[in-house]
Write a protein that binds this ligand. Structure first.
Ligand code: M6R
Length: 613
């Protein structure tokens, strides 16, 4: 939800800001803007639409001798996605600007108050009140003016402020929206909503916490408390991602690149965590003792979107192997429902970004009620990882495509690993079974590596008859039911085809009424313990003239009597099937969306990191 960049140093600022915004465009792409200081004046450029439009409009100032500035890419909350509402927003004098990510909840009353004091507003945004509020509080110290102003503000913000009267200085502040500083050895300071924007320049970062403010200038930085104004000691973290990891590397889209990176993502997630001689699972960052685990009698899994689907799969695994009751909640429901949670509950959040507002609020509530919290997360140093008692990193590398793919696969790998770990702690399965299951998990990377090119080629042919459909159903049973949900979500978010996922056995309770020749159904039918049941459901669809695509096990000749559209997948352990069967579902969505000419990496109305409610 909106991306912020800032720079103060010796480099020419415009290319640094644009490069940073490109890396953050996945956070929002309704409009974009930059501002820099030149000859004692603030120069602002703003454009409606994608960053490429802004880039074209600033071509002539690319090499301008300016060394301090801010940039913003917007996902609209308050006010339409127009140029007028694009950031940066200025005060009445035009000498002070603000870029902001988050929502100022009391903006309406502040706006009325500031109008009475004579301020003139030019946009419909909540952000603009910040510029006028700081102007109202400004005397000789910009940082103090920002601090005093923020004491009046309710809501969430990550913000960057600069003023022509304080050349070379940026002020940053955060409350409930992510913000990270970068520092290099050449005396430059950077500001960004997310790490990929910093990677071309530095891997040394300082994470700002809630209620903290930073003052950045050419070669220096300082962090202080927003509440007291006191200076704070901050740790410099070294990030082991590099800039190349956030590039397309010859693929047409980030999503396709990330689908093909999945074998590596699984390997990175499991590597060093399974001892294949003893069956021991080693997860030191979980940070909970045997005694902590002994006190737990239930698990709540909390997540949104694709991460929620990973949680749904994990429920089957945890209940089967760790033999513990598991509840799975959509975070936006969890945070407001009447939770029966106490210290006997372990809450696990699952999140690629570690910044999703609802998931974060959910784990905060669970912790208040006495639950221990673990987060399964991809982004090192993200807010969830800093607030949880323990962390299990997925190590998928930066995921740029808005549609989550490799993050999902590595979440599944991490959750399977966690299941084995908990089974070890609770002694619910023996070491040999753990070793065997661990081996199956490790081998899934190689299996995917082998099948990816073939599956992509087969899907390219298959979609000739399906890419122009208006609707689609995805069905699956047991541990593959959540993969049906995930397949449907992928298709709708990137191709705008209406798609629904169902538990196959639920079809006859209503959705089967939809079946006709215009409603294709993708059915997941591996030869597993519910195979016969799944086939019966597919036969019911066939009897009603439904058009069927089957994902099934290699060698299953019976499938050919049902449909001509079959993608065969290798026979693996049945609990590894969700990892394998996700691949054709992702590729089907990708190829259909690409064929329809959709903007695969930046689908309309979406943003990668949902940091507002
Ligand atoms: O960063 P998170 O995993 O917490 O994000 C959760 C969802 O917003 C995310 O999975 C979303 O559903 C994706 N666009 C799905 O592809």
């Amino acid at each position: 939800m909106c991306g912020i960049v800032g720079y103060a140093g010796k480099r020419r600022v415009v290319p640094v800001l644009l490069e940073g915004l490109k890396k953050l465009e996945y956070r929002g792409y309704d409009s974009a803007g930059i501002v820099y200081l030149k000859d004692d004046e603030l120069v602002t450029h703003r454009c409606e639409g994608k960053l490429s439009r802004l880039e074209a409009s600033v071509e002539e100032v690319f090499g301008v001798q300016a060394h301090c500035g801010l940039g913003h890419t917007r996902w609209a909350t308050h006010g339409a996605p127009t140029e007028q509402n694009a950031h940066p927003h200025t005060d009445c004098s035009g000498r002070l600007v603000v870029v902001h990510n988050g929502i100022i909840e009391n903006y309406h009353s502040l706006r009325e108050e500031l109008k009475e004091l004579g301020h003139t507003f030019t946009s419909e945004t909540d952000t603009e009140v910040l510029a006028h509020l700081i102007e109202e509080n400004l005397d000789t110290d910009l940082a103090q003016a920002v601090r005093r102003s923020l004491q009046r503000v309710e809501g969430s913000y990550a913000l960057g402020v600069m003023s022509a009267d304080f050349p070379g200085t940026l002020i940053a502040a955060r409350s409930h929206s992510p913000l990270v500083m970068g520092i290099d050895d050449q005396g430059s300071s950077y500001l960004a909503s997310d790490i990929p924007a910093l990677l071309p320049y530095t891997n040394k970062v300082v994470f700002l916490e809630d209620e903290e403010m930073a003052i950045l200038s050419d070669g220096a930085w300082q962090v202080c408390s927003l509440t007291t104004g006191d200076s704070l000691e901050k740790e410099i973290s070294i990030i082991d991602w590099n800039a190349a990891m956030a590039e397309k590397a010859g693929y047409k889209h980030f999503m396709l690149k990330e689908i093909f990176e999945q074998p590596q993502a699984i390997t990175n997630t499991v590597s060093g965590r399974i001892n294949l001689e003893t069956g021991e699972i080693v997860l030191p960052e979980i940070n909970l003792t045997i005694k902590d685990f002994a006190a737990i009698d239930r698990i709540f899994l909390v997540a949104c979107g694709t991460s929620w689907h990973a949680a749904l799969v994990a429920k089957y695994w945890l209940e089967k192997y760790a033999k513990i009751p598991v509840e799975v909640d959509i975070a936006s429901e969890f945070r407001y429902r009447n939770l029966l949670i106490d210290e006997k509950v372990l809450t696990i959040s699952i999140s690629q970004s570690g910044e999703t507002a609802d998931t974060l609020a959910g784990i905060r509530r669970a912790a208040q009620l006495g639950s221990k919290v673990i987060t399964i997360c991809n982004v090192v140093g993200s807010t969830m990882t800093r607030e949880a008692d323990g962390t299990l990193y997925t190590h998928a590398g930066p995921e740029i495509g808005v549609a989550s793919t490799k993050a999902f696969i590595s979440q599944l790998a991490a959750l399977f690993l966690f299941t084995l770990y908990l089974s070890q702690v609770r002694k619910s399965i023996d070491a040999e079974q753990r070793r065997e299951l661990g081996q199956h998990l490790i081998e899934s990377a190689q299996t995917i590596e082998q099948i990816l090119p073939r599956i992509q080629a087969e899907i390219r042919v298959l979609i000739d008859s399906f890419y122009d459909c208006r609707d689609f159903l995805f069905i699956g049973r047991g541990v593959n039911f959540p993969i049906a949900l995930e397949g449907a979500l992928k298709l709708k978010e990137i191709s705008y085809i209406h798609a629904e996922g169902y538990a196959a056995g639920e079809l006859k309770h209503g959705p089967i009424a939809l079946i006709d020749k215009d409603m294709p159904v993708l059915a997941i039918t591996p030869q597993d313990s519910v195979y016969q049941k799944s086939i019966s459901n597919v036969e019911e669809i066939k009897a009603r003239q439904g058009r069927i695509i089957l994902l099934g096990s290699e060698g299953d000749e019976h499938l050919k009597s049902i449909t001509d559209h079959i993608i065969y997948l290798p026979l693996v352990h049945e609990d590894i099937n969700p990892i394998i069967y996700t691949i054709p579902a992702q590729l089907l969505s990708y190829e259909i969306a690409a064929r329809r000419g959709c903007d695969v990496d930046q689908p309309r109305n979406l943003a990668k990191s949902v940091t507002v409610e």
